[in-house]
Design a protein around this ligand. Structure first.
Ligand SMILES: *Cc1c(COP(=O)(O)O)cnc(C)c1O
Length: 343
């Protein structure tokens, strides 16, 4: 029996209000623009992130893929962080399907790129030896750097470099609402300087499926064509969009609870012998830490037998808090971890 699943915020189940909205959703064929729930979600989502238009897609990976393909032609280059999800965790899709190459620059410990390194990475397109730089991307929150938050000023400093070179800035905002809630800043303010954004409804916002891509009308039209090409035209997907509408209305503010639980978890873990973590580095709902134990497989089994998922055979672990994990669950996890680490 799983009691506490800390593997990811993608394991969330829809709220009762979402299930009700799904059951009663008005639907149509979205490829014909005929699904009223999708149309409504796309309108609400675009307004929320402060962009002209948006398109509903199957996943964050599909959202980033069609964004990059819309910005880049074959042989073009995307500049992004070396810890970026687009670079590390999306199966090389932009390269495989779009002939796009990845030009990485260093992510610092909080997930930020150095604007001057980004500027240096931009190719001189008058030189025939060079690929064309076509887009710059940042990630907020930065997953692999610990769910750290970039501020609107951080985003502006990269956007300025991009725009000075007439390049668009894409934000992989899979968890942008976590960043907005953490900084108590409206999400459109967070994305003011970004040209395009993708974000997940299926993570902390607890929808069963789906992501959004947003930008100008022209960009979204192109993204919609790419979505069709990669098989993402989903017909009566209004059942999914109905949950998305509820998510944007009801599930954003509560992310603060996930952040409080993550902080409590980090503080508790920091007191356990053999665990290394700096609780101050936990900005949002992702808790990364180092575990020193002579038999990690044994440790994993022990946690699993107590109903806790999220342990790993490696020394770097990630626990993720989300809807469905409460403060008492954190007490339980800390108790089991303490016992497991000391026995
Ligand atoms: C999860 C994630 C994605 C991809 O989303 P999926 O819906 O899992 O495909 C993209 N970027 C970041 C930063 C993520 O954390």
């Amino acid at each position: 029996m799983t009691k506490v699943d800390l593997r990811s915020d993608t394991v969330t189940h829809p709220s009762p209000e979402m299930r009700e909205a799904i059951a009663n959703a008005k639907i149509g064929d979205d490829v014909f623009h005929d699904d009223p729930s999708i149309n409504k979600l796309e309108e609400i989502a675009a307004a929320k992130v402060g962009k002209e238009a948006s398109v509903f897609v199957a996943s964050g990976t599909m959202g980033n893929l069609i964004s990059v393909l819309s910005h880049c032609g074959r042989g073009d280059e995307i500049i992004l962080g070396d810890k970026a999800h687009i670079f590390r965790s999306e199966a090389g899709g932009a390269a495989a399907l779009g002939g796009v190459s990845y030009h990485t620059v260093r992510n610092d410990a909080r997930g930020m790129l150095d604007p001057s390194e980004v500027e240096e990475a931009i190719r001189d397109s008058t030189n025939d030896h060079n690929p064309h730089t076509a887009v710059i991307a940042i990630e907020n929150t930065q997953n692999n750097c610990g769910g750290r938050v970039l501020t609107p000023q951080d985003t502006k400093s990269i956007a300025d470099v991009a725009h000075n070179h007439e390049l668009p800035l894409h934000v992989d905002g899979a968890r942008i609402f976590n960043a907005a809630v953490k900084l108590e800043t409206p999400v459109d303010e967070m994305l003011k300087e970004a040209d395009t954004v993708s974000f997940c409804l299926s993570k902390g916002l607890s929808c069963p499926v789906g992501s959004i891509v947003a930008g100008t009308y022209e960009f979204v039209e192109e993204a919609r064509r790419w979505r069709k090409m990669v098989g993402g035209g989903m017909r009566q997907a209004g059942f999914l969009a109905a949950a998305g509408i509820v998510a944007l209305d009801q599930m954003v503010d509560r992310l603060a609870e996930d952040h409080a639980n993550a902080k409590k978890l980090a503080e508790g873990l920091s007191k356990i012998e053999g665990v290394t973590i700096d609780p101050d580095s936990v900005d949002t709902n992702l808790v990364f830490f180092e575990v020193k134990h002579s038999n990690k497989n044994e440790l994993m089994k022990k946690l699993e037998s107590e109903g806790i998922k999220g342990a790993s055979p490696y020394s770097r672990w990630r626990f993720v808090t989300h809807y469905g994990v409460d403060s008492e669950d954190i007490d339980y996890v800390l108790e089991v971890m303490t016992n497991a680490m000391t026995s």
